[in-house]
Design a protein around this ligand. Structure first.
Ligand SMILES: [Ca+2]
Length: 189
């Protein structure tokens, strides 16, 4: 019985850990994404302007844990449920955010205000959460994110108008032009 208990505790420890950062093996579902620019391919070049992104999802209860890792080319501000959580300006240095306390029962919104400065534009997000009943759910950037070129009213709270479209997927971690030149933190946690 004691041995069973040890195995159970070990299994629970595994469940409570969220380790699916953007450089993690098997995190391949995370995509570099951007706004689908008119007549421009963001992999090569995008306007030096802000773009707006949201991921909306629903939870039956507040999660046990939730972490996301973020890298943005070039400058960003990250919001969770309308609250500014962090910012950055170096796509080569990914940052991990523990967003456990920012998530809630019902509708949740991860929002990113990203501004390209020159050349290519894109960002990648990977991580996940453990639900109240112990299920692991990944949180990754892909075409389920919505994008707009306008800061529409209430956008950080997931209020959309016609300007919001599906985000453009440009390749998983390791694909050009960003390649593997991103320093990740999540693997070492
Ligand atoms: Ca850029």
């Amino acid at each position: 019985m004691k041995r069973m208990a040890v195995i159970l505790v070990a299994a629970m420890a595994l469940v409570s850990a969220v380790q699916t950062g953007i450089c993690a093996e098997g995190a391949g579902t995370a995509q570099w994404i951007w706004y689908p620019e008119k007549d421009m391919d963001p992999i090569a070049e995008a306007p030096a302007e802000p773009r707006y992104f949201v991921k909306i999802f629903s939870l039956e209860a507040a999660p046990k844990s939730a972490k996301i890792e973020v890298a943005v080319d070039n400058v960003y501000q990250l919001f969770v449920n309308g609250k500014s959580i962090g910012e950055g300006d170096n796509w080569q240095a990914a940052t991990v955010y523990d967003i456990t306390k920012n998530l809630k029962t019902g509708k949740n919104v991860i929002a990113i205000l990203a501004t390209n400065q020159d050349g290519p534009a894109g960002f990648i997000v990977a991580g996940g959460l453990v639900t109240a009943d112990g299920k692991k759910v990944s949180l990754v950037s892909n075409s389920t994110w919505k994008a707009s070129s306008k800061a529409t009213k209430g956008w950080q709270d997931g209020v959309e108008d016609k300007s919001w479209v599906k985000a453009l997927e440009m390749g998983e971690f390791g694909s050009p032009p960003w390649g593997t030149s991103v320093e990740c933190e999540m693997l070492s946690q």
